[in-house]
Design a protein around this ligand. Sequence first.
Ligand code: CP
Length: 310
Amino acid sequence: MDSLSVDHLTGIENLTTNDIELIFKTADSFKEVINRPIKKVPSLRDITIANLFFENSTRTRLSFELAEKRLSADIVNFSAASSSVKKGETLIDTVNNILSMKVDMVVMRHPNPGAAKFLSERVDARVVNAGDGTHEHPTQALLDAYSIREKLGGVSGKKVVIVGDILHSRVALSNIYCLQKLGAEVMVCGPTTLIPKYIGELGVQVEHNLAAALEWCDVANMLRIQLERQEMKYFPSLREYSMQYGLTKKILDGLSKKIVVMHPGPINRGVEITSDVADSSQSIILNQVENGVAVRMAVIYLLASKIKRQ
Ligand code: CP
């Protein structure tokens, strides 16, 4: 059986193109499974997975949980808000206590960049990064690229613009790594204050004019403004941001070609994207959510296959 070059999924940066293609090929099989009347396979009956969420999540947490259940794994869920973390327990102590209960894999969302890698170097379990602060969100990038591949027949040669709050976005960084590894051209678009200065070193184009960016691209990935990570004002008001960078139906219909519209969620309807765009035939937002389960099943399955079972 083909296997991943890594023992943990801490980011896209350290995956090979072969790893990504293997995840997609495996996700193709699982997509077929989740569309059957009986949406479950017994593959991971002997595996226990802990979902540790130190930060809020709707899609990612539910998607991982569903993926694990579809693979017949046993699962335990942990949310920092209702845990002893509030009493001062460290990350390592929390995780080691959970691992003492014989857990094989940890799926973790954490506000600190590098938290998943830190954990992977210290615990005897596979680690999957479900988002670490402003750093990476690898499974989101994988499901995004998988959805582009599904919609457009491939990723190589496609032009993808990522619009919005690039500075605070783990989705942007993981998408840049993933799309480039698969041969896509990537542009970022947003106000100067929300584009990090290092971005040019990643080989992406930078555009501040939304209309020009949309005319250039095949796919527009509209990111949420992450107000919760902004300790200062990066633009005058949400209304002003929306007027400059919000995607409306009028703008979409005025383009010279039909582009694909994506959004990782949660959407701020009326800020980065209007409802009629989010719900239009050009939007693949709900396909992204569906594909998230198949892609996460693939990641978990491939990492679990590297666990030595007695
Ligand atoms: N896309 C995403 O990560 O959404 P959640 O924050 O709801 O998990």
